[in-house]
Design a protein around this ligand. Structure first.
Ligand code: DX5
Ligand code: ZN
Length: 218
């Protein structure tokens, strides 16, 4: 299957003092999505931004808003993120006791639902939610920070996830997040990923739009 590859620049690596300019750079680029890393200081050690920041920037972009929630008890907040303008809301398997209910909350708001797994979580854990998911996110670093090194074992996890998706829900996308650059992107695509999140590679590049093209054409 030759699915379109999507690049989702992560604003985590952008200069937070001028997020609007970073959004405008993505608008002008070939990237199709915009990836928002929401962290609560509980599920992950870091704290970033919440729904108000996403809502404030929503009017400045028509790109697809891919919201990655790294927060405990996501069911308390998914409606608020839907209201802020998320197009897709991804929740970590490790954070939701009632993941199916959270999926229903997201879908009831008319939004797409994604499920993420940490590097230490087996792909098999999400088998029963894949039929309801629009996206599976395989974390290829431990969530919390940008600029970390890609964990090689993630390639086998992507292959396993790709097999399950093809069997259970072929329309579901497979996203990889963490340590994606011009070396790791083609390996992740080869393993079955079709959405590439990248923060550090794009925003530390002297020409971020070029970096996006490198990932798209890899
Ligand atoms: C990590 C975040 C990632 C991060 C990726 O917790 O989920 O989206 O921004 O950053 P890089 O591409 O720098 O590894
Ligand atoms: Zn992310």
């Amino acid at each position: 299957m030759n699915k379109e590859i999507i690049v989702a620049p992560s604003l985590l690596s952008a200069d937070f003092s001028c997020l609007k300019e970073a959004v405008e750079m993505i608008n002008d680029s070939a990237a199709q999505w915009l990836h928002w890393d929401v962290m609560d200081g509980r599920f992950v050690p870091n704290i970033t931004f919440g729904m108000s920041v996403i809502k404030a920037l929503r009017p400045y972009s028509d790109k697809f808003f891919d919201v990655h929630l790294m927060i405990e008890e996501p069911g308390r907040y998914v409606e608020a993120f839907a209201g802020a303008g998320a197009d897709l809301i991804t929740v970590h398997y490790e954070t939701a006791k009632h993941l199916h209910r959270v999926m229903q909350q997201v879908k009831n708001k008319g939004k797409q639902f994604g499920v993420a797994i940490n590097p230490s979580t087996p792909v098999g854990c999400i088998q029963d939610i894949i039929p309801y998911a629009d996206l599976v996110l395989v974390m290829s670093v431990n969530p919390g920070f940008g600029g970390q090194e890609f964990i090689d074992r993630s390639l086998e996890k992507l292959q396993t996830a790709r097999q399950l998706i093809d069997e259970l829900n072929p329309a579901c996308r497979l996203e990889v997040d963490g340590g994606i650059n011009e070396q790791t992107a083609p390996l992740a695509v080869e393993a079955g990923a079709d959405v590439l999140v990248a923060g550090n590679f794009i925003f530390s590049h002297h020409d971020p739009e070029k970096a996006i093209e490198i990932l798209l054409n890899n």
